[in-house]
Design a protein around this ligand. Sequence first.
Ligand SMILES: Cc1cc2nc3c(=O)[nH]c(=O)nc-3n(C[C@H](O)[C@H](O)[C@H](O)COP(=O)(O)O)c2cc1C
Length: 184
Amino acid sequence: MRSKISAISHFLGDETEFGQKLRKGFRASAVSVSLLTTKDSAGGYQGTAVTATAPVSMSLPSLMVALNHTAATHSAVQASSLYCLNHIAGTDLDLLDRFCRSGTRAGQFSDEGWCCGLHDLPYLETATSSFFCRVIGSHDYGDHTVFVGRIEGVRLSDPTNEGDFDPVIWVNGAARRLTERQYP
Ligand SMILES: Cc1cc2nc3c(=O)[nH]c(=O)nc-3n(C[C@H](O)[C@H](O)[C@H](O)COP(=O)(O)O)c2cc1C
């Protein structure tokens, strides 16, 4: 095996080259993009787009999400210990835009597709799946907190679907559909 160590950028505090490669590396990977919803201490709804999420275990059912300390959803999840992860379908691409930036927060939940679910958490009726979670642990690292949530409820938009899903992924800095599913 040839040594190619010179091609690797190291994290040494000087972020320039390392940071550029890091961003490109992340852009090049295809990840699931979802809408995370929660409630703040006043009972108001909060939501944000997330890619830093993954199932943890099936037994006991759990999933994790990493939230930036500066995001409004971070303090809301910390306060309520509750969140709902909505895996959106291709038909909800327009909605995604409203959950990506602070400035577009007004009207996030004005769409008719939002419903009130377990623990009064908002879920999207058209989401392929919605997971209702209670935080059972968290870990701070850098500017993010990883919240591990016990899945207390799951809701499918089409429980009869045996594999014809239309998931949305994030790759090359944009949302993409993997199928060209035709909707009636
Ligand atoms: C594709 C995409 C994925 C994102 N994933 C995450 C994530 O996993 N965790 C996170 O904290 N922010 C993530 N963000 C950023 C937040 O969606 C956005 O900055 C946040 O809603 C702004 O929150 P604020 O208004 O509460 O500050 C992502 C943004 C985009 C466009």
